[in-house]
Design a protein around this ligand. Structure first.
Ligand code: 13P
Length: 248
């Protein structure tokens, strides 16, 4: 079976003392040993988080650049993450796709760079409300995944977790229904089987993000193709522990 996976995306939130508190709370809580937990603070607090988080949990960057080093002011690389004990990164979050105007090919190139350096990728995909209403959800998501698949080899998917995050559900309190999420997760698994391999379809974790809370996580976790969550707002609160334990 696929190991349940819960990521906490702090986005651009937190302070030195606030992040220490959150990390301490997660580290000392009673958490399901069968769930993999990865916490993604702002870049400035990655090392602080690594220092204070229990070693059984992993830390992720929220983004990287696609070159290992050089004259790229303001950017950080996958090899620098590795050097700092940070073994994961988010890539392709919708906030970066829209606000920072990142395109599919740039995200694919960054994914390739992370995988080459041995950094695991939480690869985000998802449609806007307009795209959902036009009926193009699966087209959009598979286009985003195809761009990555063109640039990486099949083995790379062993180190990629796919996060399906419908944009209309992010930070809105409007969570996808269990049926809506399951339908897209199943379509992504079908895409994996056709475009990567049956092994990738069987083993790749597909996690859901968008207004996940301690109230709705258990119902979602029962769906057969939902292998965990990517949590924004609620990852900053004590309730994050209940989401980590959603699969118990
Ligand atoms: P919320 O949980 O705040 O809706 O954010 C989801 C998200 O974007 C996680 O990456």
């Amino acid at each position: 079976g696929r190991k349940f996976f819960v990521g906490g995306n702090f986005k651009m939130n937190g302070t030195v003392s606030g992040i220490k508190d959150i990390v301490h709370n997660i580290s000392t809580a009673k958490t399901d040993p069968n769930t993999e937990v990865v916490v993604a603070p702002p870049a400035l607090y990655l090392l602080l988080t690594r220092e204070h988080l229990d070693p059984k949990f992993e830390v992720a960057a929220q983004n990287i650049f696609d070159k290992p080093s050089g004259a790229f002011t303001g950017e950080i690389s996958a090899s620098q993450l590795k050097d700092s004990g940070i073994n994961w990164t988010l890539l392709g979050h919708s906030e970066r796709r829209t606000v920072l105007r990142e395109d599919d090919d740039f995200i694919a190139s960054k994914t390739k760079s992370a995988i080459e350096q041995g950094v695991g990728v939480i690869l985000c995909c998802g449609e806007s409300l307009e795209e959902r209403e036009k009926g193009t959800t699966v087209d959009v998501v598979t286009r985003q995944l195809d761009a990555v698949n063109k640039m990486v080899d099949k083995e790379a998917w062993k180190n990629i977790v796919i996060a399906y995050e419908p944009i209309w559900a992010i930070g809105t309190g409007k969570v996808a229904t269990t049926e809506q999420a399951q339908e897209v997760h199943a379509a992504i698994r079908d895409w994996l089987s056709k475009s990567v391999s049956s092994e990738a379809a069987e083993n790749t974790r597909i996690i859901y993000g968008g207004s996940v809370s301690d109230k709705n996580c258990r119902e979602l976790a029962k769906e057969k193709d939902i292998d965990g969550f990517l949590v924004g707002g609620a990852s900053l609160k004590p309730a994050f522990v209940d989401i980590i334990n959603a699969n118990q």
